[in-house]
Write a protein of this length. Structure first.
Length: 311
């Protein structure tokens, strides 16, 4: 496999060199610095959305993670389609790194893992994601210089905080150590993420752009952050509406409160088992004398075993 900075033809045809990176030469007027300073507030706001905070704490339901992966798939499909269309456009061409950065195929692998072979028929683009996708297509087709903002916002984030999310997701969702389900976060063709990010910023700074265009790119990057936050908020709302996930293949926990007719998940899962909510059925069963006797015996046995273990 060629290294991240080699062309497909081989080392002798390298098209990029780490020597291009000159951190000491960064100017306050360089695009990378303007983007860093100009999007700081938006970046902080995105990190403090409820969805991201819950994710970082490992409070992520598998079903919600799957929906987030779907949103990413549609977003990167649009982004990389427009990047392909503009790969020879001088306002974007220096930032075209399909081998190193493109995520669409990795996301397709993740969706196949979560949804199976027929995953394409199982997913759909959400409202918030569609708005994001529409903006990316508009930019790619009418203002390609602003495509820089969307690429910067996504890929630089993936190579930074995305690596933290990868570990959180793998642990919280008990995903395989072989990285199925989190291929999105795996950049096989980038050997050193920090150096690659420096290279990417150097390429941005070398773009022949006037002051007005740079300001428009910073403005577009802030829009990109807002689109991402809208997707996060949408996912957060969906997450709050999802039933608690089943534990060990059983029914999710239910507190037994409220009208039993508002328990459609349980009624649907139980089918012909009866119109009652499982929680209430369990409570009724537990009130039977014989069941209470058995439960008491089990608890006594468990307590004895625990005491033996401690001693």
């Amino acid at each position: 496999m060629p290294s991240a900075l080699e062309s497909p033809e081989g080392p002798e045809e390298d098209i990029v060199h780490y020597e291009e990176i000159e951190d000491d030469a960064v100017s306050p007027m360089d695009l990378s610095e303007l983007l860093k300073e100009g999007t700081k507030e938006s970046h902080d706001q995105a990190e403090n959305t409820q969805f991201v905070k819950d994710f970082l704490k490992g409070r992520i339901k598998k079903e919600l993670f799957k929906l987030a992966t779907v949103a990413l798939y549609f977003t990167y499909s649009a982004l990389e389609e427009e990047m392909d269309h503009n790969k020879d456009n001088p306002v974007f061409a220096p930032l075209y790194f399909p081998v190193e950065l493109h995520r669409r195929e990795a996301l397709a692998k993740d969706l196949k893992y979560f949804y199976g072979e027929g995953w394409k028929e199982e997913i759909q683009c959400s409202e918030a994601t569609q708005q994001y996708v529409d903006r990316i297509h508009h930019v790619g087709q009418h203002e390609p210089e602003l495509l820089v903002a969307h690429a910067y916002t996504r890929y630089m984030g993936d190579l930074s905080g995305g690596q933290v999310l990868k570990k959180v997701a793998q642990r919280a969702l008990k995903l395989p150590s072989t990285e199925e389900g989190i291929q999105f976060y795996v950049f096989d063709n980038i050997s050193n993420a920090q150096q690659f990010k420096q290279l990417y910023r150097a390429r941005m700074n070398a773009l022949d752009l006037d002051k007005n265009t740079k300001e428009r790119i910073v403005e577009e990057a802030n829009k990109a952050f807002r689109f991402n936050m809208q997707v996060f908020d949408e996912l957060d709302k969906i997450g709050r509406s999802l039933a608690e996930e089943a534990q060990d293949g059983g029914f999710p926990v239910h507190d037994g409160k409220g009208d039993i007719r508002k328990c459609p998940y349980y009624a649907d899962k139980l089918g012909t088992a009866g119109p009652g909510c499982p929680f209430q059925a369990a409570v009724g069963l537990a009130r039977q004398p014989l069941v209470q006797l058995l439960l008491a015996a089990c608890m006594a046995a468990a307590a004895g075993a625990a005491a033996w273990y401690v001693l």
